[in-house]
Design a protein around this ligand. Structure first.
Ligand code: C5P
Length: 251
């Protein structure tokens, strides 16, 4: 058997979070191509970020060891592989993800109620605290794209319908843009997580280029968690950038 790679991530095991610690809301996306690049970012951030999103790029390049290393170092992992397959296959994949010790993972709400229920039940059986998040409409799709793939409603209608389906089948959270977060809160309540990407720090100069929101705007819209990638991971000083964002999230 091949020996596991040495874990180069400095441990922060034992770090406990007080209520209202903004670090519980910040997720840093490790959209890089190697474990070494990921380790550099995590080490640079130290204890200014505790939760990391491992998506399909890093997972495809490095496999589950990168997740095990993060978990072993005391970080939380959001495994964003957006599972979408038959219920049996998704349930089995979620079971393996739960065994890796991830804290959050994504499934496509469009996979249907049976698939969502299989994911939720598999997660519960291994790790009851694991947050299974439903992905609704990808933020890259507009109404025109939706119509071409056969959806008839507005983006808002689709997000609302798919979110309701995910929650009815046991998901305890939704991934959605901040632009739909307030609708979800007013229509579906407060009793679930809303994870929002597309966040840019205030004053970064990106706000007029793409449809993005600031951390404070995302939280005000009802997000429980924000995902930030490149503004932190490509910053000259990632820890300083993360601390600035934590300041904007507030207590
Ligand atoms: O743009 P940034 O590097 O902050 O993206 C971080 C993560 O947020 C990406 O991994 C991507 O999955 C997600 N994202 C998204 N929709 C956007 C922008 C980013 O889902 N509009």
């Amino acid at each position: 058997m091949m020996a596991a790679l040495p874990n180069h991530i400095p441990s922060i095991s034992g770090t406990s979070l007080r209520k209202n610690d903004p670090r519980s809301r910040l997720i840093v996306a490790l959209d890089v191509s190697s474990a070494v690049a990921a380790q550099k970012i995590v080490a640079a951030l130290g204890d200014s970020a505790l939760t990391y999103k491992v998506g399909m790029q890093l997972y495809t390049a490095e496999g589950p060891q990168v997740v095990r290393d993060l978990v072993a170092s005391g970080r939380r992992v959001f495994l964003d592989l957006k599972y979408h397959d038959i219920p049996n296959t998704v349930g089995a994949a979620v079971q393996e993800a739960a065994r890796l010790g991830v804290s959050m993972l994504t499934v496509h709400a469009g996979g249907g109620g049976k698939m969502l229920r299989a994911a939720v039940e598999a997660a519960r059986a291994v790790h009851p605290g694991l947050l299974v998040l439903g992905v609704t409409v990808l933020t890259s799709l507009d109404e025109h794209d939706l119509e071409k793939v056969g959806f008839r409603g507005t983006v808002r209608d689709e997000v609302l319908r798919l979110s309701a389906l995910a929650l009815a089948n046991g998901c305890r959270g939704i991934v959605t843009s901040a632009h739909e977060a307030s609708t979800l809160r007013s229509e579906l309540g407060d009793d679930f997580a809303i994870v929002t990407p597309g966040v840019r720090p205030a004053g970064s100069g990106h706000a007029d280029q793409v449809r993005v929101v600031t951390p404070a705007e995302a939280i005000a819209a009802g997000a429980s968690h924000i995902v930030v990638g490149r503004p932190i991971t490509e910053a000259a000083d990632p820890a300083a950038e993360a601390r600035a964002i934590l300041g904007q999230i507030g207590g």
